[in-house]
Write a protein that binds this ligand. Structure first.
Ligand SMILES: C[S@@+](CC[C@H](N)C(=O)[O-])C[C@H]1O[C@@H](n2cnc3c(N)ncnc32)[C@H](O)[C@@H]1O
Length: 475
């Protein structure tokens, strides 16, 4: 068995490495020599999967750390990494030419990390380099592909690799060796576009990651997270009186609680045979919501005080309900974040696959007057703040921004946003992959990652190319 060694720079929570470790052949495999990362939680995640000796915690720009990397990784076959950089969004004025692009990459302080990646490549001289980046693609403008300027930036990066003695062309002989990959093509139930450049020092054509045959089964949210037990959110009762649109909530309290109740009844209908639904805790919770609705319908309540009491009682029942489910995974990862009551109502009322721009648009079939009135943000600035996903479709790109809020990631039928565990499964991390740190840090590590299945396709191509090359040479 041949073992090819990799160095993972800017390793995050280890998505890229995981894909490489999963690539396999009966005569060859990859092994991580070092994964370098600056963030404490991400390092702990890496340590728990790779072992302490494989993780180098530190700042790649620090000369001592760089020296250590070079000393310990002289023998690596492949350097992989996605340096966080502004490569694609910083290229200056619209008509900027190649020279400006080169200068921006070279001189802009925000591109420092990218330069350190190349320094290490030039010192270690691995056989293969995989450079991955995402900047710019997150922007809607680029959904249909790269802009001219982005292409130019990648060409400049490819040329820099060529100056270091690397061959960047892919086996189809096209262009300057970069590819934009969409994780959907690799069996990931998520739209996520990444730019990669594969380059090698042997002067051979670089492999193109092989797409999965998806004619039989296209991964959807249902196939990825549909089996997880129903999980209900806790409602945040702090500062309720200052919550934006609390006046609309209180004026329509009966309708708000009814929408929430309708959502719970829907879960009852759909999942009636599941143990967590067919039990006493769920019945108690449902009855409580029903009774509360009747009180509000008959206007026998005192507004805010009633709502606070309602949420507190609901929280206790939801906690009992959640703990009665058998969660077949790490409990800390499959925890819903707390939501405010207004958002829980919005989540309950939204249709699967709809967005807030739809429910606020009078010409849309998703238009809803109460939802329109509940929308708490400046409608002139953002309209697509809330996105409710569909069971029968893949997810939108899982973002590190989920650490701030998850409103663009509303569960298809539960009144909450995706848990870190759901986000990790959508990113195609193995079911037992754990992430260290608190929920925000977990969301960040997950959202930053290269989906392991996509990484595996990249790795598989490189593994075969290395093996074939070595067998040929040894003949
Ligand atoms: C986009 S994420 C990488 C994700 C990773 N490739 C994966 O698949 O999971 C970039 C990572 O670079 C790390 N980072 C940023 N600056 C760094 C530095 N100066 N030295 C080392 N790591 C750094 C960040 O903490 C972050 O985890």
């Amino acid at each position: 068995m041949r073992t090819y060694k990799i160095l993972d720079l800017f390793a995050g929570g280890g998505g890229f490495s995981t894909g490489f470790l999963n690539a396999s052949h009966s005569h060859a495999k990859f092994e991580v020599t070092k994964a370098v990362e600056i963030d404490d939680d991400a390092c702990n995640t890496l340590i728990s999967h790779l072992g302490e000796d494989k993780v180098l915690k530190g700042d790649i720009t620090c000369p001592l750390i760089k020296k250590e990397i070079v000393a310990e990784c002289k023998e690596v076959d492949v350097i992989i990494g996605g340096p966080p950089c502004q490569t694609f969004s910083l290229i200056g004025p619209a008509r900027s030419g190649k020279r400006e692009v080169q200068d921006s990459l070279k001189n802009d302080s925000r591109n420092t990390l990218y330069r350190h990646f190349f320094d290490l490549v030039s010192e270690i001289k691995p056989r293969f380099v995989v450079f991955e980046n995402v900047e710019g693609l997150l922007s809607k403008r680029f959904e249909d592909g790269l802009t001219e300027k982005e292409k130019m930036a990648i060409e400049v990066i490819s040329e820099q690799l060529e100056d270091l003695g690397y061959f960047t062309r892919t086996i189809d002989g096209q262009g300057s060796g970069f590819k934009t990959l969409n994780s959907l093509d690799y069996g990931v139930s998520q739209k996520r576009r990444r730019v990669i450049i594969i380059a090698n020092r042997h002067g051979i054509y670089n492999p193109i990651p092989l797409k999965k045959d998806l004619t039989k089964e296209v991964p959807t949210l249902l196939s990825t997270i549909g089996e997880l037990p129903v999980l209900l959110p806790q409602i945040n009762t702090n500062g309720m009186e200052k919550l934006k649109k609390i006046d609309v909530v209180l004026k329509n309290l009966d309708k708000c609680i009814l929408s929430f109740l309708n959502n719970i009844n829907e879960l009852d209908r759909i999942y009636k045979n599941r143990p967590e639904i067919n039990n006493e805790q769920f019945r108690l919770l449902k009855n409580y919501l029903n009774d509360s609705y009747l009180v509000t319908k008959n206007r026998k309540h005192n507004g805010l005080e009633f709502l606070k009491g309602f949420c507190e009682d609901y929280n206790k029942l939801a906690k009992q309900f959640n703990s009665s489910s058998e969660i077949p995974c790490n409990m800390t990862l499959h925890q819903s974040r707390k939501h405010n009551f207004r958002d829980v109502v919005i989540f309950s009322m939204m249709k699967q696959g709809s967005t807030s721009s739809g429910f606020m648009n009078q010409n849309s079939q998703d238009f809803d007057l109460l939802l329109d009135q509940l929308y708490p943000y400046d409608k002139n600035k953002h309209t697509d703040t809330y996105v409710k996903h569909s069971w029968d479709k893949p997810s939108n790109t899982i973002l590190a921004h989920m650490q701030k809020d998850g409103l663009k990631f509303i569960h298809p039928n539960q009144p909450r946003t995706f848990t870190p565990y759901e986000a990790a499964l959508i990113q195609s991390f193995p079911k037992n992959y754990d992430f260290c740190g608190g929920a925000n840090s977990q969301y960040r590590q997950i959202g930053n990652a290269v989906p392991p299945l996509m990484s595996e396709a990249i790795a598989q191509g490189i593994l075969m190319t290395l093996l074939n090359y070595d067998l040929e040479i040894s003949k």
